[in-house]
Design a protein around this ligand. Structure first.
Ligand SMILES: *Cc1c(COP(=O)(O)O)cnc(C)c1O
Length: 420
């Protein structure tokens, strides 16, 4: 069994200038309880073994590291290996964190879990582990997001979770976070808040990174077994930062391994329609949602609207751990635009028979930006955070597939006729 790696924060949860804990007084006991239990489990080999065993039996871990032979041949440069988080149950890395936190909730004697969700993937993972572990679940989701990602709403409800529409503000992720916190203020005695990415108030960034660290622990062992040495570069897409930290952590001690986080360049820097906080240098230090990090904000400190073709990367802040690693030069940041992502997606599908999620395709696009400068003896690892076939509506839209559009029209007519 692999052993855990731990991201280290200072005593009060800071990573350099970033992180910390800015929470309402009433939630202080809830955070203290989580911190206490997290401190216990992060050094508890038995808990980690239980977590790994459940991931093995239920989620299919370890996920493979696949050699991308045809893509490698296509570019004729670095050898490309792909870490297959798409093969997790529910189709992405999200389950690693949801399962870990649900186990922690049970250890704390909680009977209910709540979560925010933007695109719905974290909501589905949370609803799934709640069913598996016999916990009740409530998922908060902006009404606008529910409309955009209805198939995930369908699954959450079928899995037995209550899905609550958030009707105010922009009716998206940040409003869902506020509403989840509101629930938690009056429910924390029985309820754990399963935060979905490596952001938020301390100790959530460290805790989510800890549960995702299994990705890099496995990837490092697998690349050593496959080629007998460490990779030159490791690529991951960055929304909140959980899959990136997951794959990066095991490589921290090896300075020769370059770690590259790829953000959503959307329609490009000039357009203003993107979710690139670090690579475009536009994120400004601020405090929101319980922590301090680089947020995309206007001159008055108002959070900007973000945009990405990949709903899971459409987030205004970034993990404080990554903000710090960037500042210290340990992680390099790049951005991939929607157009680059669509090209990369078509290439990966046709060359490797893999269907990455639009989020994960940003990591591929980032690697393809660099590969011309690499040599044949180089090794790249790309973290494929999730699979795209479950996102058929979004991908068909992204690829502007006319046949799909006309299929939806026919389906719609069929429904109308049945209703008559
Ligand atoms: C949610 C999601 C992401 C973005 O979240 P991170 O916390 O940055 O990892 C990336 N890829 C997939 C497939 C996702 O579902």
């Amino acid at each position: 069994m692999p052993t855990a790696v731990n991201a280290s924060a200072s005593e009060n949860g800071y990573y350099g200038d970033y992180g910390g804990s800015f929470i309402p007084e009433i939630l202080v006991p809830a955070f203290e309880e989580i911190s206490k239990h997290f401190e216990e489990i992060r050094h508890d080999e038995t808990f980690w073994q239980q977590y790994c065993a459940l991931l093995t039996d239920y989620s299919g871990r370890p996920t493979p590291l696949t050699y991308a032979g045809r893509l490698t041949e296509h570019y004729g440069r670095a050898k490309i290996y792909i870490k297959r988080e798409d093969l997790n149950h529910t189709g992405a890395h999200k389950l690693n964190n949801a399962l870990g936190q649900a186990l922690l909730a049970k250890r704390m004697g909680k009977t209910r879990i709540i979560a925010e969700t933007g695109a719905g993937q974290h909501g589905v993972a949370t609803a799934t582990v709640a069913a598996k572990l016999g916990l009740s679940a409530t998922i908060y989701m902006g009404r606008e997001d529910m409309e955009r990602q209805y198939s995930n709403v369908f699954w959450m409800r079928r899995l037995g979770a209550e899905v609550v529409a958030v009707d105010y503000g922009s009716q998206t992720l940040k409003d869902a976070i506020n509403e989840t916190l509101r629930d938690w203020v009056s429910s924390f005695e029985t309820t754990h808040y399963v935060l979905g990415t490596a952001s938020g108030a301390h100790p959530f960034p460290a805790m989510v990174a800890f549960f995702q660290s299994i990705i890099g622990i496995e990837a490092k062992e697998q690349i050593m077994r496959a080629v007998g040495r460490l990779p030159n570069k490791v690529y991951a897409c960055v929304g909140g930062g959980s899959n990136a930290l997951g794959v990066f952590q095991a490589f921290y001690p090896h300075d020769e391994v370059q770690l590259v986080g790829v953000e959503a360049g959307g329609q490009g820097k000039e357009s203003g329609n993107h979710a690139t906080r670090i690579a475009y240098g536009e994120g400004k230090m601020g405090v929101a949602q319980g922590y301090k990090t680089l947020f995309l904000q206007d001159n008055d400190g108002q959070m900007k609207d973000t945009y990405s073709i990949a709903a899971g990367l459409d987030y205004v802040g970034v993990s404080p751990i990554l903000a710090d690693l960037s500042e210290r030069g340990r992680v390099r940041f790049a951005a991939a635009t929607d157009l680059e992502v669509i090209d990369a997606l078509e290439l990966v599908m046709k060359m490797e028979g893999l269907i990455p999620a639009l989020e994960s395709t940003h990591a591929f696009a980032g690697a393809f930006q660099d590969i011309a400068e690499s040599s044949k003896s180089d090794i790249y690892i790309i973290n494929m955070s999730g699979r795209g076939d479950k996102d058929i509506f979004n991908i068909a839209e992204g690829l502007q597939d006319e046949e799909w559009r006309s299929f939806i029209h026919r389906k719609n007519k069929q429904f109308e006729n049945q209703a008559r």
